[in-house]
Design a protein around this ligand. Structure first.
Ligand SMILES: [Zn+2]
Length: 135
């Protein structure tokens, strides 16, 4: 059984959240190597590279989730307007739908231009996402 070298708690919180559970990350320093390790309250641990990759993956997921939500909003507003099942003022529904369409277009551009940082000698976060089966 391997025994991990002791970690020194630096009592520094870098205002980063865990890419797995969104809990606050504490910064620890490996006493043997000096490597920085980020640990959340649940116990998820990340090297700096893993945290960077995790943040890139999380951002990609959020962007796609936001785009999906905007798509659903556009369709829902249209459906409610056509069926008149919910009292939505037509002028406001139309304005909101038009704004959501502009937002969708902007999000598509943001997603297309979002290029995760590549790390030397390692799989890029985007490749990692693809390998894991998408976002
Ligand atoms: Zn966590």
């Amino acid at each position: 059984m391997n025994v991990a070298p002791p970690l020194e708690q630096t009592a520094r919180f870098r205002h980063f959240s865990c890419p797995e559970c969104q809990g606050a990350l504490e910064v620890l320093v490996d006493g043997a190597t000096g490597a920085v390790i980020y640990v959340c309250r649940i116990g998820h641990q990340f090297t700096a590279r893993e945290l960077l990759a995790g943040k890139e993956i999380y951002l990609e997921r959020l962007l796609w989730a936001t785009l999906t939500t905007v798509d659903e909003l556009i369709v829902l507003i249209r459906d409610l307007d056509e069926r008149r099942q919910v009292a939505v003022r037509a002028d406001r529904a139309h304005a909101r739908r038009e704004a959501a369409l502009r937002l969708r277009s902007a999000l598509e551009q943001v997603i297309a231009e979002n290029e995760p940082v590549a790390l030397d000698g390692e799989e890029s976060p985007r490749d990692a996402i693809a390998r894991r089966g998408g976002v």
